[in-house]
Design a protein around this ligand. Structure first.
Ligand SMILES: [Zn+2]
Length: 454
């Protein structure tokens, strides 16, 4: 580290208590997906206080669907999860959304992204730091040991919804930049901070920023990437599916008419469909694990004494970028699922084909290995700040907004942020505070090196 870098690290060490207090304040402002505005106001104020130009930008749904029809999603809100009212056999269009009775699907009104800008002095590389402000809901609050919106600290960990996913990351981004500003360090390249909405289950905040034309030479998405010594160079995609199977309802006593089957339970037809789907997954994973095929819900029938007229299965297939990035990967996985369901060799199912619908999907993303300069910058910063010469580089097991910056925006993007992502979305979610402070130090040095070409 040079002299300036040592100053940066020392400054952050000296101010860590204020970073913890800020994160606590941010946790105390709930920002469940769909209700992000209040927290965004708080973030905008802080970003302007550190000397950046800060503004609201409402994601433009129409523009997203025009520019990126294959990956644009309807805005979602937390409590509804993925049980979206709009669902067609395959892809819903902007026109279908506008014709629906659900106003909240039609725009991002009152759900702005925050965009903060610091103009460079010229001649450097530009950078976007991106994080999402929205969090998943709390779930069963009675199961929490800690107040989900209290920011309680115990044994060096802060608890609460969004601590790790990812208000910790938002704060990391802000304080990395604040340290540079307070030390009077001038950056050559332009720096942009994005606090976006609706990452959970839609990605509309980040896609909106891309659709608005915001770009840079590289992007770091400050999601929890494992811990402060781990980088993720990509993220899995996900295809959320539904299979609806028809049966023929009849009293249990009417199952047989002589040698002929009369009552057909939709439930009994699940067995061969599930078996086909799991064979498909096994085939995909033959050489290495590329897909996690999850059958999350199964519901069929009304009475124990009647064959089920219908059975509905829901689940998700997460898949690694190796199966395909961007829309190509999504389409491939959809086809695998549809083919597996419709190719079942069963006379009843041939005559009464199940319906296969896709509710939602995320594209998989992986950094182009020929454009990995930003990854090297962050790895170098981890090596020099934390003494780990060999930081691990992985692919995130879930989805994330780097996909939109990378796939649709064409910006070399990686994930780097503090905290253990495994506790995201869970009861008693927490962030390790030492790791949080380490993440701020690494990011600050990385921003300095990237923008100034050090
Ligand atoms: Zn996240």
């Amino acid at each position: 580290m040079d002299k300036i870098e040592s100053q940066i690290v020392q400054y952050i060490e000296e101010h860590k208590e204020s970073y913890i207090a800020f994160l606590q304040d941010l946790i105390r402002i709930p920002s469940i997906t769909g209700y992000e505005k209040k927290a965004q106001e708080f973030v905008r104020k802080k970003i302007s206080e550190i000397g950046a130009e800060a503004e609201f930008l409402e994601p433009d749904l129409k523009k997203m669907f025009e520019k990126f029809p294959e990956v644009a999603q309807v805005p979602s809100i937390g409590e509804e999860g993925l049980d979206m009212p709009l669902m067609t056999d395959d892809k819903f269009t902007y026109e279908q959304i506008m014709a629906s009775p659900y106003d909240r699907l039609k725009s991002y009104k009152d759900r702005p992204d925050v965009i903060g800008r610091i103009k460079g002095t010229g001649g450097g590389r530009s950078l976007i730091l991106n994080g999402h402000i929205d969090t998943v809901p709390v779930g069963d609050e009675s199961k929490w040991k800690h107040d989900p919106f209290g920011g309680e600290i115990e044994d060096g960990k802060m608890y609460g919804r969004g601590t790790v996913d990812m208000k910790g990351g938002i704060a990391t981004m802000i304080f990395a930049v604040e340290a540079l500003q307070k030390l009077g360090i001038k950056l050559k390249g332009d720096l942009m901070m994005q606090s976006v909405v609706n990452e959970e289950h839609a990605g509309g905040g980040a896609l909106g920023a891309v659709a608005a034309g915001l770009t840079a030479d590289a992007a770091i998405v400050v999601e929890p990437s494992g811990n402060s010594e781990t980088i993720q160079k990509g993220s899995c995609g996900g295809v959320y599916w539904e299979v609806r199977i028809k049966g023929f309802e009849a009293h249990a006593g009417a199952r047989w008419r002589g040698r002929e089957q009369y009552g057909v339970s939709a439930n009994e037809k699940c067995a061969c469909i599930i078996s086909n789907l799991l064979n498909m997954e096994r085939e995909v994973n033959r050489e290495e694990t590329l897909m996690s095929f999850c059958i999350g819900k199964l519901h069929g029938g009304t009475y124990a004494t009647a064959s089920a007229p219908e059975c509905v299965m829901n689940g998700v297939a997460y898949f690694y970028p190796k199966l395909g990035t961007g829309p190509a990967g999504i389409n491939k996985v959809k086809k695998l699922i549809r083919d597996a369901v419709l190719s079942v060799d069963d006379p009843w199912l041939k005559a009464n084909p199940p319906t296969v619908k896709f509710q939602h999907y995320d594209d998989a993303y992986e950094l182009d290995s020929s454009k990995d300069a930003v990854l090297k910058t962050v790895a170098g910063s981890i090596a020099d700040v934390l003494g780990n010469q060999n930081p691990s580089v992985a692919i995130a097991g879930g989805g994330g907004d780097a996909r939109h910056l990378g796939n649709q925006g064409g910006i070399p993007a990686i994930y780097y942020g503090p905290g253990n992502a495994a506790v995201a979305h869970s009861t008693d979610e927490f962030i390790d505070l030492d790791d949080y402070i380490k993440g701020i130090k690494v990011l600050a040095v990385a921003v300095y090196r990237w923008c100034n070409g050090v």
